[in-house]
Design a binder for this molecule. Structure first.
Ligand code: DC
Length: 227
Protein backbone atom coordinates (compact mmCIF):
# COMPACT_ATOMS: atom_id res chain seq x y z
CA UNK A 1 0.00 0.00 0.00
CA UNK A 2 1.29 3.44 -0.97
CA UNK A 3 1.85 5.56 2.10
CA UNK A 4 2.38 9.25 1.43
CA UNK A 5 3.88 9.61 4.94
CA UNK A 6 6.65 7.09 4.26
CA UNK A 7 10.08 8.73 4.04
CA UNK A 8 11.84 8.89 0.69
CA UNK A 9 15.57 9.15 0.04
CA UNK A 10 16.08 10.10 -3.63
CA UNK A 11 19.43 9.11 -5.10
CA UNK A 12 20.04 10.45 -8.60
CA UNK A 13 23.09 10.61 -10.81
CA UNK A 14 24.65 9.44 -14.08
CA UNK A 15 25.25 5.80 -14.98
CA UNK A 16 28.08 4.01 -13.17
CA UNK A 17 28.29 6.72 -10.50
CA UNK A 18 27.84 3.98 -7.92
CA UNK A 19 24.27 4.93 -7.09
CA UNK A 20 22.85 1.44 -7.72
CA UNK A 21 25.11 -0.19 -5.14
CA UNK A 22 24.90 2.75 -2.73
CA UNK A 23 21.08 2.76 -2.96
CA UNK A 24 20.85 -0.99 -2.29
CA UNK A 25 23.15 -0.78 0.72
CA UNK A 26 21.45 2.28 2.20
CA UNK A 27 18.04 0.58 1.77
CA UNK A 28 19.42 -2.61 3.34
CA UNK A 29 20.91 -0.78 6.35
CA UNK A 30 17.73 1.22 7.02
CA UNK A 31 15.33 -1.65 6.25
CA UNK A 32 13.74 0.53 3.55
CA UNK A 33 12.16 -0.54 0.27
CA UNK A 34 14.15 0.01 -2.91
CA UNK A 35 13.08 1.40 -6.26
CA UNK A 36 15.53 0.70 -9.09
CA UNK A 37 13.82 2.99 -11.60
CA UNK A 38 16.51 2.35 -14.23
CA UNK A 39 15.33 -1.27 -14.32
CA UNK A 40 11.87 -0.05 -15.36
CA UNK A 41 13.36 1.81 -18.33
CA UNK A 42 15.51 -1.22 -19.12
CA UNK A 43 12.37 -3.39 -19.11
CA UNK A 44 10.58 -0.85 -21.33
CA UNK A 45 13.40 -1.03 -23.91
CA UNK A 46 13.84 -4.78 -23.60
CA UNK A 47 10.12 -5.58 -23.89
CA UNK A 48 9.70 -3.17 -26.81
CA UNK A 49 12.58 -4.77 -28.73
CA UNK A 50 11.25 -8.25 -27.99
CA UNK A 51 7.82 -7.27 -29.30
CA UNK A 52 9.37 -5.55 -32.35
CA UNK A 53 8.02 -2.15 -31.33
CA UNK A 54 10.03 0.75 -32.72
CA UNK A 55 12.16 2.26 -29.93
CA UNK A 56 11.02 5.74 -31.00
CA UNK A 57 7.31 4.89 -30.84
CA UNK A 58 6.35 6.36 -27.45
CA UNK A 59 2.57 5.78 -27.61
CA UNK A 60 2.96 2.07 -28.51
CA UNK A 61 5.59 1.47 -25.81
CA UNK A 62 3.43 3.27 -23.24
CA UNK A 63 0.40 1.14 -24.22
CA UNK A 64 2.53 -2.01 -23.93
CA UNK A 65 3.73 -0.88 -20.46
CA UNK A 66 0.14 -0.43 -19.31
CA UNK A 67 -0.53 -4.08 -20.16
CA UNK A 68 2.51 -5.88 -18.74
CA UNK A 69 2.97 -7.11 -15.19
CA UNK A 70 6.27 -6.05 -13.59
CA UNK A 71 7.38 -7.36 -10.23
CA UNK A 72 10.60 -6.71 -8.35
CA UNK A 73 12.26 -9.10 -5.98
CA UNK A 74 14.71 -7.23 -3.75
CA UNK A 75 15.11 -9.83 -1.02
CA UNK A 76 18.87 -9.82 -1.11
CA UNK A 77 19.87 -6.17 -1.29
CA UNK A 78 23.54 -6.92 -0.79
CA UNK A 79 23.61 -9.03 -3.98
CA UNK A 80 24.76 -7.25 -7.12
CA UNK A 81 21.50 -6.85 -9.07
CA UNK A 82 17.85 -7.25 -8.15
CA UNK A 83 15.67 -9.72 -9.99
CA UNK A 84 12.71 -8.53 -12.02
CA UNK A 85 9.73 -10.52 -13.28
CA UNK A 86 8.13 -9.45 -16.54
CA UNK A 87 4.75 -11.17 -16.94
CA UNK A 88 6.01 -13.83 -14.53
CA UNK A 89 9.28 -14.39 -16.42
CA UNK A 90 12.46 -13.92 -14.43
CA UNK A 91 14.84 -11.38 -15.98
CA UNK A 92 18.38 -11.00 -14.68
CA UNK A 93 21.61 -10.38 -16.58
CA UNK A 94 19.86 -9.72 -19.91
CA UNK A 95 18.62 -6.41 -18.46
CA UNK A 96 22.11 -5.33 -17.43
CA UNK A 97 23.91 -5.52 -20.78
CA UNK A 98 25.23 -2.40 -22.49
CA UNK A 99 22.69 -3.03 -25.25
CA UNK A 100 19.79 -3.03 -22.76
CA UNK A 101 21.19 0.18 -21.23
CA UNK A 102 21.32 1.76 -24.64
CA UNK A 103 17.70 0.76 -25.45
CA UNK A 104 16.64 2.05 -22.00
CA UNK A 105 18.25 5.41 -22.64
CA UNK A 106 16.44 5.68 -25.99
CA UNK A 107 12.97 4.93 -24.63
CA UNK A 108 13.63 7.03 -21.49
CA UNK A 109 13.60 10.20 -23.57
CA UNK A 110 10.03 9.61 -24.76
CA UNK A 111 7.48 11.63 -22.70
CA UNK A 112 4.76 8.96 -23.16
CA UNK A 113 7.04 6.29 -21.72
CA UNK A 114 8.01 8.45 -18.73
CA UNK A 115 4.36 9.29 -18.05
CA UNK A 116 3.38 5.60 -18.24
CA UNK A 117 5.88 4.78 -15.48
CA UNK A 118 5.09 7.56 -12.98
CA UNK A 119 2.41 5.73 -10.95
CA UNK A 120 4.34 2.47 -10.92
CA UNK A 121 7.28 4.33 -9.37
CA UNK A 122 5.20 6.26 -6.81
CA UNK A 123 3.61 2.97 -5.72
CA UNK A 124 6.96 2.05 -4.15
CA UNK A 125 6.50 4.68 -1.43
CA UNK A 126 5.67 2.43 1.48
CA UNK A 127 6.47 2.26 5.18
CA UNK A 128 8.95 2.25 6.75
CA UNK A 129 10.55 4.17 3.86
CA UNK A 130 11.96 4.10 0.35
CA UNK A 131 15.31 4.57 -1.31
CA UNK A 132 14.60 5.62 -4.90
CA UNK A 133 17.47 5.26 -7.38
CA UNK A 134 17.33 7.03 -10.75
CA UNK A 135 17.74 10.25 -12.71
CA UNK A 136 14.61 12.21 -11.80
CA UNK A 137 13.69 10.80 -8.39
CA UNK A 138 14.27 14.08 -6.53
CA UNK A 139 13.08 16.35 -9.31
CA UNK A 140 9.95 14.69 -10.77
CA UNK A 141 8.85 11.46 -9.09
CA UNK A 142 9.40 12.33 -5.42
CA UNK A 143 9.95 16.13 -5.28
CA UNK A 144 8.89 15.96 -1.61
CA UNK A 145 11.71 13.51 -0.72
CA UNK A 146 13.14 14.14 2.75
CA UNK A 147 16.69 13.63 1.51
CA UNK A 148 17.98 14.17 -2.02
CA UNK A 149 21.39 12.99 -3.12
CA UNK A 150 23.16 13.47 -6.44
CA UNK A 151 25.98 10.95 -6.80
CA UNK A 152 28.56 11.85 -9.39
CA UNK A 153 31.99 10.71 -10.61
CA UNK A 154 34.18 11.66 -13.55
CA UNK A 155 33.36 9.93 -16.89
CA UNK A 156 36.84 8.29 -16.85
CA UNK A 157 36.29 6.84 -13.38
CA UNK A 158 32.81 5.62 -14.31
CA UNK A 159 34.13 3.97 -17.50
CA UNK A 160 36.81 2.22 -15.43
CA UNK A 161 34.20 0.94 -12.95
CA UNK A 162 31.95 -0.34 -15.73
CA UNK A 163 34.98 -2.00 -17.35
CA UNK A 164 35.85 -3.82 -14.13
CA UNK A 165 32.23 -4.89 -13.54
CA UNK A 166 32.01 -6.34 -17.04
CA UNK A 167 35.40 -8.02 -16.74
CA UNK A 168 34.27 -9.85 -13.58
CA UNK A 169 31.28 -11.10 -15.57
CA UNK A 170 33.67 -12.37 -18.27
CA UNK A 171 32.58 -9.72 -20.79
CA UNK A 172 35.46 -8.27 -22.79
CA UNK A 173 35.05 -4.65 -23.92
CA UNK A 174 37.40 -1.78 -24.68
CA UNK A 175 37.78 1.00 -22.13
CA UNK A 176 37.78 3.62 -24.89
CA UNK A 177 34.50 2.31 -26.29
CA UNK A 178 32.96 2.29 -22.79
CA UNK A 179 34.05 5.89 -22.16
CA UNK A 180 32.52 6.97 -25.49
CA UNK A 181 29.31 5.10 -24.62
CA UNK A 182 29.08 6.68 -21.15
CA UNK A 183 29.64 10.15 -22.57
CA UNK A 184 26.98 9.58 -25.26
CA UNK A 185 24.48 8.31 -22.69
CA UNK A 186 25.20 11.27 -20.34
CA UNK A 187 24.64 13.63 -23.22
CA UNK A 188 21.28 12.03 -24.07
CA UNK A 189 20.13 11.80 -20.42
CA UNK A 190 21.12 15.43 -19.66
CA UNK A 191 19.76 17.04 -22.79
CA UNK A 192 16.41 15.34 -23.26
CA UNK A 193 13.37 17.58 -22.90
CA UNK A 194 11.43 15.51 -20.39
CA UNK A 195 12.92 15.02 -16.91
CA UNK A 196 16.59 15.45 -17.87
CA UNK A 197 19.31 14.24 -15.52
CA UNK A 198 20.07 17.25 -13.31
CA UNK A 199 20.85 18.13 -9.71
CA UNK A 200 17.43 18.57 -8.05
CA UNK A 201 16.93 21.71 -5.93
CA UNK A 202 18.08 20.96 -2.40
CA UNK A 203 20.09 17.87 -3.40
CA UNK A 204 23.45 17.11 -1.77
CA UNK A 205 26.11 16.43 -4.41
CA UNK A 206 28.54 13.65 -3.52
CA UNK A 207 31.46 13.10 -5.91
CA UNK A 208 32.54 9.47 -5.59
CA UNK A 209 35.52 9.68 -8.00
CA UNK A 210 37.96 9.29 -5.09
CA UNK A 211 35.65 7.35 -2.77
CA UNK A 212 35.01 3.72 -2.04
CA UNK A 213 31.41 2.45 -2.04
CA UNK A 214 31.29 2.13 1.75
CA UNK A 215 32.49 5.70 2.16
CA UNK A 216 29.67 6.88 -0.08
CA UNK A 217 27.14 4.74 1.85
CA UNK A 218 28.35 6.27 5.15
CA UNK A 219 28.11 9.77 3.71
CA UNK A 220 24.46 9.19 2.72
CA UNK A 221 23.58 7.58 6.08
CA UNK A 222 25.24 10.49 7.90
CA UNK A 223 23.17 13.00 5.91
CA UNK A 224 20.05 10.96 6.67
CA UNK A 225 20.74 10.92 10.41
CA UNK A 226 21.60 14.60 10.60
CA UNK A 227 18.75 15.86 8.39
O1 DC B 1 20.41 3.47 -14.04
P1 DC B 1 20.39 2.62 -15.31
O2 DC B 1 21.71 2.59 -16.04
O3 DC B 1 19.83 1.27 -15.08
O4 DC B 1 19.37 3.39 -16.28
C1 DC B 1 19.12 2.97 -17.60
C2 DC B 1 18.66 4.16 -18.44
O5 DC B 1 17.38 4.60 -18.02
C3 DC B 1 19.58 5.38 -18.40
O6 DC B 1 20.13 5.64 -19.68
C4 DC B 1 18.72 6.53 -18.03
C5 DC B 1 17.34 6.01 -17.92
N1 DC B 1 16.70 6.39 -16.66
C6 DC B 1 15.93 7.52 -16.65
O7 DC B 1 15.84 8.19 -17.67
N2 DC B 1 15.26 7.88 -15.53
C7 DC B 1 15.38 7.15 -14.40
N3 DC B 1 14.72 7.53 -13.31
C8 DC B 1 16.21 6.00 -14.39
C9 DC B 1 16.86 5.64 -15.54
Amino acid sequence: MVDRDASVIAIDGPSASGKGTVSKRVAGRLGFHLLDSGALYRIAGFAAEERHIDLDDGPSIAAMLDRVDIMFCNDDLESQDGVVYLDGRRLGPELRTEEAGHAASRVAKLPEVRAALVDRQRAFQRLPGLVADGRDMGSVIFPQAELKIYLDASPEERAKRRYNQLKVKGIDVSLTALLADIEARDERDRNRETAPLAVAPGAHVIDTSQMGIEEAVSAVLELWRSR
